[in-house]
Design a protein around this ligand. Sequence first.
Ligand SMILES: Nc1ncnc2c1ncn2[C@@H]1O[C@H](COP(=O)(O)OP(=O)(O)OP(=O)(O)O)[C@@H](O)[C@H]1O
Ligand SMILES: [Mg+2]
Length: 364
Amino acid sequence: MTFDNSKIVKALARVIDPRTGQSIIMANMLKDLKSEGNNISFSLEVGGLDAQGKSNVHLSCIQEIHKDYPSAEVNVHMLSGNPPPGAQPDILPQVKNIVAVASGKGGVGKSTVSVNLALALKAQGKKVGIIDADLYGPSIPGMLGLKNERAKVQKVYEKLRIVPLDGYGMPVLSIGFVIDPEQAVVLRGPRLGAIIKQFISDAIWPELDYLIIDLPPGTGDIQLTLVQTVPLTGVVLVTTPQTVAVDDAVKAMNMFLLPNVNVPILGVVENMSWFTPKELPNNKYFIFGDGGGEFLAKKSQSMLLGQVPLVKGIREGGDSGTPVFMDTDSMTHKIFQDIAVKTIKQVGIRNEMLPKTRKVDITT
Ligand SMILES: Nc1ncnc2c1ncn2[C@@H]1O[C@H](COP(=O)(O)OP(=O)(O)OP(=O)(O)O)[C@@H](O)[C@H]1O
Ligand SMILES: [Mg+2]
């Protein structure tokens, strides 16, 4: 019997990669397709899939080919590579870097930095996604013009998975897409943790260079669950310049640097650094003091990624759902571009110098 290889590829394109929800062809998993006599054989790169996922994909490949060639003998080789001894199973293997945006104090601009940094990374040609991990006060939907939108679910191999929404070309998930925006989230630690885990493990994330996680302020259950759920590449700390904000940011920093947490600090963004009135463009008023960002960068042995001034357009952009980065003529656009370039560099250095972060095993 002669097989039409393009027909086989078409059949395999109907098989879904459980990690990304994409076709296994789109996910580049197919290797070495051969057909001879009554045999069709090929390999699949399935590193990162768990046993159930591998078995689902395997069966599905055979089923789809049999729809066109019912009597073909199909041999699938699963190429999963050998994980090094002691390696943890891959969570989100399709995501290269997971970067959390954290602060000690509330209201210092984490969500603003998350959204504009994400867009700036995208403008650098990176594939970027966002998780809004602030379950008590989700601001990402509003900031990306996705208020009142609802996340859809998709069945992948009999399991319901959340599909992130699209915000300016980036996949985005927030509790705001699951509950009514005006409804209060009244949940205790374990439930909060379960939602964060669902956003990470039960959602369909495509291949990404950066997944930005916007955290709530402080060092609570959500931060703890996060470091227990995924190996974070690093943290971007956001602070305003004044001592009270920096003091709290040091506490957040210290949580990530705890020996058993051990998540590197990539750098510091100082927000609301100064105010420049339109009519006095050469004047800088340091309303909240100065030097806080630089101090925190030194203290965390990282770098100051940038200073963002107090600008009306930033608040307006956040409220209107059109982030200020979209205004390519604005000074803030350039500042975030610079922050993105420095972040990419810091991530590169981190990945070269340090081993992959391990997920934290805390039993208490
Ligand atoms: N540099 C800035 N200039 C003007 N307004 C800003 C600036 N940075 C943030 N804001 C505004 O300040 C408010 C708080 O910012 P944001 O929500 O980003 O802070 P947050 O740290 O995420 O807060 P929370 O701790 O509540 O999550 C928002 O209305 C935002 O638009
Ligand atoms: Mg926020």
